[in-house]
Design a protein around this ligand. Structure first.
Ligand SMILES: CC(C)(COP(=O)(O)OP(=O)(O)OC[C@H]1O[C@@H](n2cnc3c(N)ncnc32)[C@H](O)[C@@H]1OP(=O)(O)O)[C@@H](O)C(=O)NCCC(=O)NCCS
Length: 171
């Protein structure tokens, strides 16, 4: 069955929450937030419900039948600031290890970029990636993102610092 990419709604809260927990526990270096700090199931459902009427705050899921195998989110940064609302952020890019390398990451990324293009007034997209994360960096470079700087020591994991490479795509 071909992988389907579609926007998540509050009805998807349970599989999304389970996948999010897996994402955060498997990739401590990649994501700033720890599983303990992540919102619980009810809050996750409410968060998904809040995004539903918005075109500038979306979470996409990749589905293999009824199994959620990947996610990507896009939101407008500082939506209430007239001088900053042209900027979006892509976050939460994840594909389950057992299904990687088949183009799902690229399809999720393209869906998030497409959503940003269709949202009124968004002109550029930021994202951050750990410099050692070669698959993710290649994925973003192939989609047109360009690195513009390094946030040194952006996270601290049990006393060890990790940098973040900042990338941007001008729409
Ligand atoms: C990054 C990630 C989402 C890619 O998902 P994926 O479904 O495997 O990606 P795709 O199959 O669409 O591959 C897209 C591109 O990624 C790159 N890529 C994928 N796997 C790679 C690997 N093992 N080594 C190097 N590059 C790789 C390639 O450039 C590939 O395109 P190409 O084959 O046409 O050159 C996935 O590896 C992942 O979830 N990693 C863990 C979480 C993470 O790092 N998220 C990003 C946070 S910034």
């Amino acid at each position: 069955m071909p992988t389907e990419i579609r926007r998540l709604t509050a009805h998807d809260a349970e599989p999304y929450y389970a996948l999010r927990m897996r994402t955060l526990s498997e990739n401590p270096e990649t994501f700033l937030i720890t599983p303990d700090e992540e919102a619980g199931l009810d809050e996750t459902r409410a968060r998904l419900a809040r995004t539903e009427p918005r075109d500038d705050d979306v979470i996409f899921g990749a589905w293999d039948g009824s199994t959620l195998i990947g996610t990507a989110g896009m939101f407008r940064q500082t939506p209430n600031r007239v001088r900053g609302r042209h900027r979006a952020m892509i976050w939460g890019m994840y594909v389950t290890p057992e299904t990687r390398g088949h183009g799902t990451g690229r399809r999720l990324l393209d869906a998030a970029i497409h959503a940003a293009r269709n949202a009124e007034g968004i002109e550029l997209i930021h994202l951050g990636v750990v410099p050692e994360n070669k698959p993710a960096r290649r994925l973003y470079r192939n989609a047109g993102f360009e690195p513009w700087g390094i946030e040194t020591k952006s996270s601290k994991i049990e006393g060890r610092y990790v940098d973040t490479e900042m990338m941007v795509l001008f729409l």
